[in-house]
Design a protein around this ligand. Structure first.
Ligand code: NAP
Ligand code: MG
Length: 493
């Protein structure tokens, strides 16, 4: 690792972030058990966070519940809550560089990307701050056979929200959930992924500094099957917002059924990219490469099934192979690195296994397909061609920098192939014919469809999946609604 002051500072902050935030206090797990946290660029241990048990979770849920019942947060004026969320955004921005170093140390992503995501996280809090003063119901009069009535609706916070996040974009995903839940007036428990929990704990510190009352935000680290499962089944939790794998999403639905808590799920994807015969391939290829290689492919929206009109197939493969070859894979702290490591050895092994399966099933490697170095968990950007349509490489989410290029003949066939998946998170269409692009956008089953671009996201744009990519939406008005209940009041006149 290249040594300089901000990196040493991030190391010492990672060492300090070893406790849960519960009821406004920083405390160890009751058992004293911890989970080692590693830097995926070299496998070294950078700190240890609490391995929380069901008892620790229970304590955090009770703190959240008490703050909700006491109206410590939701009872403040909307203007005051807005001010505090705006202050969180300012603190995120002031600390963006420092947060970026912590994220790169823990998750491995290139520092410039981590910095961009810290600034984006601030934008999420500013967007949410604006909603505090704009959450309102509606009113109308009723004439019924037995009298006249006025009816109005109240938009009330759901209550205690448990927010479970993955390791791929740790700070930004935590910021999305926490900011929306707080704008709605909920009290929350945030459970980050054991693989990359540091920036969520640091966010907890900044939320306290900004003036969020004690107990309103609790941060509890721990294993998913222990701490996450305890949150999913806890009777005082009214809402679960989860981002992660489809398999765990299904477990959460089952666990949540006991008290029928509200559930929203941002799950996996196997997003199609459609390159039409009239596409500007030279302009599209860098966007497509970014859409599958960025963050080393560890993105739920990765465009990993790249359908291209047969007449443009070889051209696209050649340009993308050139881009893949030019990408520098290395330690996220090295400013020349464009792709960092895969988050863990386990995840690297999964990527390597799926690529082997693809090759055994007949795919050809146009570029990449190899581990990079032996220290840390680096993998080369990879393009496979001629995949068998029923291969696991085509049906399963890889979560690594691996794209499959698949030729198609006509529009009808590509729509059918693009929709031939259990997922429906995102899609991209490249065509210089606007009419065709908009027509295809209507036929693809996905929560987000990009036309002649990829990865464009904003706090104002609803995001989520069709089918097994999830339930509900994050961001936009819809993202705030996920944390609200509607109450109808009917008054006799
Ligand atoms: P995961 O197991 O679904 O983990 C996501 C979060 O859920 C983590 O905080 C995890 O905790 C927690 N969790 C695990 N089991 C749980 C349970 N039974 N109840 C409640 N919470 C639970 O995902 P992963 O293991 O990190 O990655 C596996 C695959 O998921 C990836 O290969 C990728 O395909 C997919 N993934 C998708 C996204 C996305 O944005 N849609 C993000 C990440 C991963 P711990 O990690 O601390 O155990
Ligand atoms: Mg880590």
């Amino acid at each position: 690792m290249i040594q300089n002051d901000p990196i040493s500072e991030a190391c010492s902050v990672a060492g300090r972030l070893s406790r849960n935030l519960i009821g406004g206090e920083w405390i160890d797990a009751e058992s004293g058990d911890t989970i080692d946290v590693r830097n995926p660029a070299n496998g070294e241990i950078i700190g240890a966070v609490p391995s929380s048990s069901a008892n620790d979770v229970d304590r955090a849920v009770k703190a959240a519940s008490e703050s909700f019942e006491n109206r410590d947060w939701r009872g403040l004026s909307a203007d005051r809550r807005s001010q505090i969320l705006w202050r969180v955004a300012e603190l995120l921005e002031e600390n963006a560089d420092h947060l970026a170093h912590l994220e790169t140390l823990d998750n491995g992503m290139p520092l410039a990307k981590a910095r961009g995501l810290a600034v984006h996280s601030a934008a999420k809090f500013r967007y949410a701050a604006g909603w505090c003063t704009k959450i309102q119901g509606s009113a109308h009069d009723l004439e019924l056979p037995h009298g006249s009535f006025q009816t109005y609706s109240l938009k009330e916070p759901i209550g205690v929200a448990a927010l479970i996040t993955p390791w791929n974009v740790p700070l930004a995903l935590a910021a999305t959930k926490v900011s929306s839940a707080l704008a709605a007036g909920c009290s929350v428990i945030l459970k980050p992924a054991e693989e990359a929990p540091m920036t969520a704990l640091r966010l907890g510190e900044l939320l306290v500094e900004a003036g969020i009352p004690a107990g309103v935000v609790n941060v509890v680290s721990g294993y998913g099957n222990v701490a996450g499962a305890a949150l999913s089944s806890h009777r005082l939790v009214d809402k679960i917002s989860f981002t992660g794998s489809t398999a765990v999403g299904k477990q959460i639905v089952t666990a949540a059924s006991d008290n029928l808590k509200r559930v929203s799920l941002e799950l996996g994807g196997k997003s199609p990219v459609v390159v039409c015969e009239d596409a500007d391939v030279a302009a599209a290829a860098p966007l497509i490469a970014n859409g599958v290689f960025s963050n080393s492919g560890q993105m739920c929206v990765a465009g990993s099934r790249i359908f291209v009109h047969r007449s443009r197939h070889d051209e696209l493969v050649e340009v993308m192979a050139g881009i893949a070859n030019s990408l520098k894979v290395g330690d996220g702290f090295d400013p020349s690195s464009q792709l960092g490591p895969i988050v863990s050895e386990r995840q690297l092994n999964r990527v390597m296994e799926l690529v082997s399966v693809g090759v055994e099933d007949g795919s050809e490697i146009a570029v990449g397909g190899t581990r990079v170095g032996t220290t840390g968990y680096f993998y080369s950007p990879t393009i496979l061609t001629a995949p068998r349509p029923d291969s696991r490489i085509i049906s399963e989410e890889i979560f690594g920098p691996v794209g499959n290029v698949i030729p198609f003949e006509d529009e009808e066939a590509v729509v059918e192939a693009a929709n031939d998946t259990v997922y429906g998170l995102a899609a991209a269409i490249y065509s210089q014919n606007g009419q065709r692009a908009h027509r295809l956008a209507r036929q693809i089953k996905a929560g987000t469809v990009w036309l002649n671009t990829q990865l464009a996201l904003d706090p104002s744009v609803p995001f989520g999946g069709f089918r097994q990519s999830g339930w509900g939406r994050e961001s936009g008005r819809e993202g705030i609604e996920e944390y609200l209940e509607t109450k109808a009041v009917i008054a006799a006149l």
